[in-house]
Ligand binder design. Structure first.
Ligand code: ADP
Ligand code: MG
Length: 248
């Protein structure tokens, strides 16, 4: 268990999920609730999210625009706090942790991919993938070695010195994927990663992403509107009235 004290009741909940699934889930959203104030009313975007994710498992999150996918991913990735409920990472409750500790977990354990690549425009593909590693404290040479390997793996060996503006949409998104996994996180959260790409490019980026997930044993949640792509993940879930519903 963690060094941080966990309240007895939350500990009991975490261990009951552990019993249910054998191994503990790597990511567990327990009764997560999130409301936004809209005018005079509260909008209950997440209304008791229960979602457990085990290492090596990929989940497609398929739900219409406005259903709360991004909100769920932000909370799962410790970028936002839920109003109620708890996010466990590796059995460890995260609400009570300091901002510094949450940031540390996010840097080491969680990778994000967004719909728009969000690469730094002034830096090359190689540098964009090196930076998160150097922020973590890795020496430049090691960061460069891993970034080169990753970009090669993703079919971008010829693109190392190129800036984002010099690359195609699919290439930019593959660099963003390389950056997301640069620090070898155990959890990958992708928010409509192929939503901005044409069908053919989306297919290629998705194939590369799936291969990477399988090869690394990442646990991944991928929000997507693409049912064809979703069909190739291990599990599919949707959001109905702020709750997770498993799909076939
Ligand atoms: P999705 O990613 O599925 O499209 P979001 O999680 O972005 O959905 O948003 C879910 C709902 O919450 C939407 O109705 C959106 O307008 C609302 N929402 C999201 N963020 C905020 C915010 N910061 N303030 C108020 N409402 C928000
Ligand atoms: Mg969204």
């Amino acid at each position: 268990m963690s060094e941080t004290a966990i309240e007895p009741d939350t500990q009991a909940q975490a261990s009951s999920v552990r019993r249910a699934g054998g191994d503990p889930p790597l990511l567990y959203l327990d009764n997560v609730q999130r409301r936004y104030r809209q005018g005079d009313a509260d909008l209950h975007v997440l209304n008791g999210i229960d979602l457990a994710l085990w290492p090596g498992q990929s989940v497609a999150l398929v739900a219409p625009s406005g259903a709360g996918k991004s909100t769920l991913l932000h909370i799962a990735g410790l970028l936002e706090h839920p109003d109620e409920g708890e996010v466990y990472i590796d059995g460890r409750a995260t609400a009570i942790l300091s901002d510094a500790e949450r940031t540390r977990i996010r840097r080491l354990e969680i990778g994000f991919v967004y719909q728009f690549h969000r690469l730094l425009p002034e830096f090359s593909a190689l540098e964009n993938v090196m930076l998160p590693q150097m922020i973590r404290g890795l020496p430049r040479r090691e960061a460069q070695k891993r970034a080169t390997e990753l970009l090669n793996y993703l079919g971008l060996g010829a693109r190392l010195p190129h800036r984002p503006a010099e690359m195609s949409g699919g290439e930019q998104q593959r660099v963003a994927i390389a950056r997301a996994v640069a620090n070898a996180p155990r959890i990958l959260l992708a928010d409509e990663p192929t939503g901005n790409l044409d069908a053919h490019t989306a297919e290629h980026v998705f194939r590369v992403l799936s291969q990477l997930i399988r090869a690394t044993g990442l646990a991944a949640i991928i929000a997507t509107h693409n049912l064809d792509l979703a069909g190739r993940m291990d599990r599919r879930v949707t959001l109905r009235e702020g709750r997770v519903v498993e799909l076939a």
